[in-house]
Design a protein around this ligand. Structure first.
Ligand code: G3H
Ligand code: ZN
Length: 287
């Protein structure tokens, strides 16, 4: 199947009270692992590149071609959305130009009026080409220079204004944090999610999906979260499986050093994790 945009898929998720997972790719193995999970569960899947990962891999066009060609080579039949994760204004424009199916314009570090203005511009450019847009209100917490933020809460009024700018889905801060959650994390703010979901009817996006307890994710989805982003957990399971392979001395047995063997356990670990999360998110099978 060719790549598709995310508009109808996430709209259906919000209406159906389930979510579709969004998983970050870093290379060929990650791409194959994520696509395999979608295919094996017969569910739609979103694969995304951050600006940094795209730079590492050789640019947006290469990333898009990689995903397109891998979909073809693996005979993937489920809908696949190719998305830009946390793009700045220039990156969002470039991905629209190159032909991604969906872009996130993350203007959280801009003054709100500028975030709003630029979101409108990106929406107009993207929609003219049938590309979906994710916007972000406020900012997602995280660790910076050893200081751990508690996870910011999106301002409801700003969220309303940003949703009115026309994006197809909206990333909201509800106490979620990128990366590993600190032991003293207070959990998601369901109070703020309820306030947001009662006035914003487009699909809501939960970033920092790694490490949030299953019950909290399921509750958030029942309240309006329709896209859950997961990155760090894929990195952790890949590193763990690769470490175990090397610590067991398998890279030194026969041709165990061949990258096709060396990367296999980590790749399988990503597929297993993604399949597990698809089950958490309640993503229904494609009919
Ligand atoms: O945009 C990407 C996600 O928000 C991933 O967050 O690395 O904490 O899973 P995570
Ligand atoms: Zn994120």
């Amino acid at each position: 199947m060719s790549l598709v945009n995310g508009t109808e898929i996430f709209k259906a998720a919000r209406e159906g009270h389930y979510a579709v997972g969004a998983f970050n790719t870093n290379n060929l193995e990650w791409t194959r692992a994520i696509l395999a999970a979608g295919q094996e569960t017969n569910t739609p899947i979103l694969i995304q590149t951050s600006m940094g990962a795209a730079k590492y891999m050789g640019g947006y066009e290469l990333c898009l071609n990689l995903v397109e060609q891998t979909v073809k080579a693996m005979n993937i039949t489920v809908p696949v959305i190719m998305h830009l994760d946390h793009g700045n204004y220039e990156a969002a424009k470039e991905c629209i130009e190159v032909g991604y199916n969906s872009v996130m314009f993350d203007g959280h570090d801009l003054p709100f009026a500028e975030n709003l203005e630029k979101t409108k511009e990106i929406v107009a450019l993207a929609h003219a080409k049938g590309i979906s847009v994710e916007a972000e209100v406020g900012s997602i917490g995280g660790e910076e220079d050893g200081i751990v933020g508690a996870g910011e809460l999106a301002d409801v009024e700003e969220a309303k204004q940003l949703a009115a700018a026309g994006p197809d889905y909206l990333a909201v801060g509800i106490g979620n944090i990128h990366g590993v959650y600190p032991a003293n994390w207070k959990g998601l703010s369901f109070e703020r999610l309820e306030e947001l979901a009662s006035v914003i009817k487009i699909p809501l996006v939960l970033h920092g999906g790694s490490g949030i307890p299953k019950e909290q994710i399921i509750k958030a989805i029942s309240m309006g979260i329709s896209k859950v982003n997961v990155n760090t957990e894929c990195q952790l399971v890949f590193a763990k499986a690769t470490r175990e392979y090397i610590e067991a001395g398998k890279d030194q047995q026969g041709k165990g050093f061949d990258p096709r063997k060396l990367f296999a356990p980590g790749t399988q670990a990503i597929t297993d994790l993604v399949k597990d999360r698809i089950e958490w998110f309640g993503t229904p099978e494609v009919k």
